[in-house]
Design a protein around this ligand. Structure first.
Ligand code: G1P
Ligand code: MG
Length: 259
């Protein structure tokens, strides 16, 4: 049976324009995990700091900030700086850092969900949207389990997913698993690289964080705090379809956006 929220959504005609011509209603929402749903950056920082201390490598706030959005391997290269190590030692350090991270993750729980994320997921579920978690992290599934929200997703594509053989990027893969066309997917991402990947996949994008960094996104919010699903869908659809200024989005904190 259709919920009241879903019937409101249909009545409001949440059609979201894609590009200049075609129109498609959003049928699925794809959430990056680290930095969008999960407040994991401090755990990664703590794990790198532990490794650096044991290896007598300098590790300051600036280094920690520089690791944001880097892969596990690139992070270690940044932490090592000019120090040269054997390949064996490099892999050993990656494993130790990950072991520290997993140990820290054991103490994480629902309180480590970023503000607004769980409520927004619930709202999209009520609206009948399919939901995927999409991450480059090989630990994304574990993170979602610790946060108690694993079951809230229809599909989880993490960094262990074998996308190479199919030639699909992680967003295309999630859309295919959900059975939803890419143009009907809306992606929430906090990294510029993730926004670029999602846009290349033909999806609509919402950036979370600094609008200067995320200028390529269709819309940018400071965080998910106070963001409502209805508001986002109405704003995307309304402004794109009519060319009018978006309506004042009650409860939304829109930092920057262009549709
Ligand atoms: C990796 C990186 C981490 C990055 C994440 C993407 O996660 O280590 O810095 O934020 O991908 O979400 P890992 O596989 O190590 O969990
Ligand atoms: Mg992220």
């Amino acid at each position: 049976m259709e919920t009241q929220a879903a019937s409101d959504a249909h009545a409001a005609g949440f059609a979201v324009a894609v590009g200049e011509r075609s129109r498609a209603s959003i049928a699925a929402v794809l959430f990056d995990v680290d930095g969008v749903i999960a407040d994991t950056a401090r755990l990664h920082t703590e794990a790198w700091a532990r490794l650096a201390a044991l290896e007598r490598l300098p590790f300051d706030r600036e280094t920690a900030e520089a690791l944001r959005g880097l892969s596990r391997e690139d992070s270690l290269r940044r932490v090592l700086g000019a120090r040269r190590v054997t390949q064996q030692s490099f892999h050993d350090m990656l494993d130790r850092k990950n072991a520290f991270y997993l140990e820290l993750l054991e103490a994480a729980g629902p309180a480590d969900c970023l503000p607004g994320a769980v409520g927004l997921l619930g709202e999209f579920a009520e609206l009948g949207m399919r939901r995927a978690a999409v991450s480059l992290s090989r630990n994304a599934g574990r993170v979602l389990e610790r946060l108690g929200i694993f079951e809230r997703f229809d599909v989880i594509v993490d960094g262990t997913a074998q996308t190479g053989g199919s030639g699909l990027d992680r967003y295309h893969r999630a859309a295919a698993l959900l059975g939803v066309a890419p143009r009907r997917c809306l992606v929430f991402e906090d990294s510029a690289a993730g926004i670029a990947t999602a846009k290349n996949a033909g999806m609509r994008t919402i950036g979370l964080g600094d609008p200067r960094r995320l200028a390529a996104a269709d819309m940018v919010f400071e965080s998910l705090r106070g963001v409502s699903a209805r508001c986002v869908l109405r704003w995307l659809g309304g402004s794109a379809a009519t060319g009018e200024e978006p309506p004042a989005p009650g409860g939304c904190r829109i930092v920057a956006g262009h549709v």
